[in-house]
Unconditional design. Structure first.
Lengths: 467, 141
């Protein structure tokens, strides 16, 4: 009956999630349930089950699962075949997957080489988002303002911190800004354009299919770093082999359809590139009294403190769910610490090059990325309201909810309180709630009949010592 | 329903536990977001007062369908002049506490601003009891 209730709940809420379970690999070990920040996972019949309405696609379970049973679903590479003109939108963190041996233009060319007709950097969108953020911060509003660039954070606030919804920056994510701009610049082309976001982020896969704050995404598909890494690496090495063969001629960037690229490679994208790691958005923004927080549990701690009203004089918060920022994304390939360092070196290298070229004569500065006109900026603002998602509410009727809350407390008082997770719920409080909601029964508690301390001690003495 | 919290003395890492837990409970009950925010801020201030000035104590919260009542009790030094203590910027916090970013003299005024009713009973040497009531108003989102 309990499983039926669970099943019904799942059927009622048919939504897409990038984070999925590979049931064959899951051993029901309860590791993931402990780390899920929204307590969205239970173990039932020896397998993890994700409550779809609670999952915010943060990918924490992917990171934690010792068996690799949690998977990120992104769009397959062959989806490119369905489009005449293929546009790659590399997330800034893509560059961090490679050391500085490969320059921005190497990677740009390699993307062309592997079949993308056009490449447009998401870093451009990040620079535009920075401009808009600055103009919004100049006006009075709720404090502190919170960046909405990380889709996990928007979903976390919607579910767990609804009082902070007005504090969210109502700005489209950089990938979306870049996608719209690319589409606009290519509007002359009559062929079927496909815009592919190359991303390390599970939540972006979900956000493209079910956006929050805007109605329709301009991105056609999200390709994961893990899917694109090897083909891209191959393309990079074909163009720039580790040990150059004699007479090697680097192959010309080859677009799939003989199309010569319209979108140029842009210089001076470092402020946007920096968004790949935590602190990057703040480095670009350069405003006082701003805080950067990364890692979902750190974000939750900070948000709790804000809701308690004890964080003062902070104007802006860059909050990123993944450790180290987007370079720590669940679909990234390179170790997040190495990737972070790669990104730093890349930005420094670019800065040094820029300094070196400009210092002796202060000559020509490389062209800055052309930003949209001031009057175009409002088109990158959210068009839809983000409303609270009351998935935690026990019942819409207050007196019924109160009654349920009383029952939860009564049941909780009877449970061992050691949060062992053996029942399949992350903690005793959660099991008590599940029982009252009808998703579990008191029989699920493995320790109730055998008081934890006494029972085990006796067993050890009588069985363990005698043999 | 009635919930009780123990507030340890001077334990800054534990301070805020009661308000955070209450926030979770009230969210489960589906109460208006603005009301939950008011309660969280007021409770946090009261908790800090008990921890810093009151030598530790307890918080009791009663949730009814139309009203949430909180009572904070401590056996600390008490408040000599309640009217003076209510003034913005007035604080008896030590230099040490102020250096930690507390004791700005906004605690009681903040509680008064966020609660629908605030009652303070105190006598020097016999501790302090603070009662705050929050009403479920129609129209509050």
């Amino acid at each position: 009956m309990n499983n039926k209730t669970l099943q019904n709940q799942e059927n009622n809420i048919r939504t897409f999630h990038s984070v999925q379970l590979d049931a064959d690999l899951c051993v029901g070990c309860t590791t993931c349930i402990k780390f899920c920040p929204t307590k969205a996972i239970r173990v039932r019949d020896g397998k993890a089950k994700i409550f779809e309405d609670r999952c915010i696609d943060c990918g924490e379970c992917i990171r934690r699962c010792p068996k690799g049973a949690k998977k990120a679903i992104s769009d397959p590479l062959f989806i490119l075949d369905g489009y005449d003109l293929k546009v790659a939108l590399p997330a800034p963190s893509l560059y961090a997957q490679f050391g500085t041996r490969y320059s921005q233009s190497d990677i740009f060319a390699a993307l062309h080489h592997m079949g993308f007709d056009e490449v447009f950097d998401v870093a451009w969108g990040a620079i535009v988002a920075t401009e808009i953020t600055r103009s919004i911060l100049a006006k009075p509003g709720p404090a502190p303002r919170i960046s909405s660039a990380c889709p996990v954070i928007v979903r976390l606030i919607q579910q767990r911190f609804p009082s902070l919804i007005p504090n969210l920056m109502p700005i489209l994510p950089p990938s979306e800004i870049a996608a719209r701009e690319a589409r606009k610049r290519l509007s002359e082309i009559s062929r079927k354009i496909g815009i592919f976001f190359l991303s390390p982020c599970t939540a972006k896969v979900t956000a493209v299919r079910m956006p929050l704050g805007y109605s329709q995404s301009s991105i056609d598909a999200v390709i994961s770093f893990s899917d694109i890494f090897l083909p891209l690496k191959r393309a990079l090495e074909e163009r720039k082999p580790l040990s150059p063969k004699k007479g090697f001629k680097s192959s010309v960037p080859q677009a799939s359809s003989g199309h010569s690229p319209i979108l140029p490679m842009m210089d001076n994208l470092e402020p946007g590139m920096g968004w790949a790691r935590s602190d990057g958005e703040l480095d670009a923004l350069r405003i006082p009294d701003s805080v950067s927080v990364d890692g979902i549990s750190n974000v939750i701690d900070l948000f709790e403190a804000i809701e308690n009203g004890n964080i003062e004089s902070i104007q802006y918060i860059e909050a990123l769910a993944c450790p180290g920022g987007c370079v720590g994304g669940p679909m990234a390939v390179e170790n997040p610490h190495i990737a972070r360092s790669n990104m730093r070196q890349r930005c420094q290298k670019d800065n040094l090059a820029a300094e070196a070229s400009s210092s002796p004569m202060k000559a020509i500065k490389p062209p800055s990325p052309k930003l949209p006109e001031q009057e175009e900026l409002p088109s990158y603002i959210w068009t839809e309201q983000v409303s609270p998602k009351p998935v935690l509410v026990l019942d819409a009727d207050l007196s019924k909810a109160l009654e349920m809350a009383e029952k939860i407390d009564t049941i909780h008082a009877q449970l061992p309180g050691i949060d062992c997770g053996a029942c399949g719920a992350p903690d005793c409080d959660c099991l008590a709630e599940d029982i009252v909601r009808g998703f579990a029964s008191i029989e699920d508690c493995r320790l109730l009949e055998h008081p934890y301390s006494k029972g085990t001690k006796e067993n050890i003495h009588s069985e363990g010592l005698s043999t | 329903m009635l919930i009780e919290y123990i507030i340890p003395r001077m334990d800054f890492s534990a301070a805020g536990k009661a308000s955070t837990d209450m926030k979770r409970r009230l969210t489960q009950l589906g109460l208006p977001v603005a009301l939950i925010k008011r309660i969280a801020i007021a409770m946090y201030e009261a908790e800090m007062n008990v921890a810093i000035h009151g030598d530790g104590g307890k918080a009791e919260v009663e949730i009814l369908e139309d009203c949430i009542s909180t009572r904070f009790t401590d056996k600390g030094p008490g408040i000599a002049d309640i009217e003076l203590a209510m003034q913005e910027g007035f604080s008896t916090a030590s230099e040490e506490i102020r250096n930690m970013g507390f004791g700005a003299g906004m605690g009681l005024p903040n509680m008064k601003r966020n609660a629908d009713e605030l009652i303070i009973q105190s006598e020097p040497g016999r501790g302090t009891t603070v009662i705050m009531r929050f009403k479920l108003q129609t129209g509050e989102l």
